[in-house]
Design a protein. Structure first.
Length: 370
């Protein structure tokens, strides 16, 4: 049978490095139908909802997807129009993609392609991998933009990569970056962003480091996420010289009725003014890019909780987004994980003209035989 699709490998082509950036995802539009599609894909993931299908299916399809999309669409509309591509996460992720591409091209003599994929929604993981295949990426570094590992985020994103690669004939060499919660450059960038905020607005009574929550049973099942969040908080505050009694690690965005890892961000903020804490700053180290959970939930909703409870000064410190030091940290992370690959060497990246001529000759010879 003759193969009809695009071949995975073009004979005689020069291989290059591929970098696959992954993030959670975003709906295509701030509308109820778009949110329903997005939430159905997201909440159907068994890594996200670890319940038997027979138990979860009626809850999702008969209750959640008939009520939540409309509420979520309204929240998305509140932040959507302030970003060039509509979605804040997608806009920032594209900026990160471009910034990482530029930095890696400078370090690897241009022999690299950075693609962006979203675990849910668009651009899909499949489309990002197709982009890398078309660019001739024989080696791919997969970088999920979740500093702290969780099965519901990192593992789920890698599932999508592996499922797509099952359909490829010629598999690339693959390296995955599972977490970077204690990488010095990442921690330095976080500390610098907090330090700059304090220089402008003063030292808060408490620094709140808020991470996305997960059900408590995931922790007991062996997920390292909770521990890695606390490690990040401690190492960042050590850099800043902030003692343990001046910062808190909390968890936001819980969903459903079961217990999630604590303390909860919203309940903590409601309680702080009665404890004499009137001035706080909140940073979200687990979010590589601002999105609905930071802009609306932390920047607006939780601010209202704190101020209504008697707080006086509330600041949200933006995610690292496309800060130069953040992009530098991601560049260092990719380079660390390409050690030993040809593109990492300037000599191999600048293959001499004789070698290139031999490759071109081989490709022409193969073409003449067809």
């Amino acid at each position: 049978m003759q193969y009809q699709g695009q071949p995975d490998y073009v004979h005689g082509s020069l291989a290059r490095l591929g970098v696959l950036l992954l993030n959670l995802g975003t709906p295509d539009a701030p509308t109820t139908p778009a949110l329903k599609r997005y939430l159905k894909q997201f909440l159907s993931d068994p890594r996200v909802i670890e319940l038997p299908r027979w138990q979860w299916w009626p809850i999702l399809n008969l209750i959640i997807l008939n009520t939540r999309p409309k509420r979520s669409a309204a929240a998305y509309r509140a932040v959507w129009d302030h970003f060039e591509e509509g979605s804040p996460l997608l806009t920032i992720a594209r900026q990160q993609q471009r910034g990482l591409q530029q930095r890696l091209e400078q370090r690897l003599a241009g022999s690299v392609t950075v693609a962006l994929g979203m675990r849910y929604g668009n651009p899909s993981v499949a489309s990002a991998l197709a982009e890398l295949r078309a660019a001739g990426a024989a080696r791919i570094v997969v970088l999920p933009l979740y500093p702290q590992y969780a099965a519901a985020t990192t593992a789920s994103s890698l599932d999508a990569v592996f499922d797509e690669l099952k359909t490829w004939r010629w598999l690339p060499e693959l390296r995955t970056i599972n977490h970077y919660h204690r990488e010095p450059a990442y921690l330095d960038a976080l500390a610098a962003s907090i330090r700059a905020h304090i220089a402008e607005h003063g030292m808060p009574d408490k620094l709140i480091l808020s991470y996305h929550g997960v059900p408590e049973r995931y922790l007991h099942a062996g997920d390292p996420y909770h521990c890695e969040c606390h490690v990040t908080s401690r190492l960042v505050c050590d850099r800043l010289g902030i003692p343990p009694d001046r910062y808190l690690t909390t968890f936001q965005s819980r969903f459903g009725r079961e217990e999630w890892i604590k303390p909860y961000t919203d309940e903590t903020l409601k309680s702080l003014p009665d404890r004499g804490v009137k001035h706080i700053a909140v940073v979200c180290p687990g979010f590589s890019a601002d999105c609905l959970e930071t802009i609306e939930e932390i920047g607006q909703e939780n601010r209202d909780y704190f101020m209504a409870a008697g707080g006086e000064t509330y600041h949200y410190i933006p995610a690292l987004n496309d800060r130069p030091d953040h992009l530098d940290a991601l560049t260092q992370l990719v380079l660390k994980h390409t050690q030993g690959w040809p593109e990492h060497s300037a000599f191999d990246a600048h293959a001499d003209e004789k070698e290139r001529a031999q490759v071109r000759h081989h490709a022409l010879a193969l073409g003449a035989k067809r």
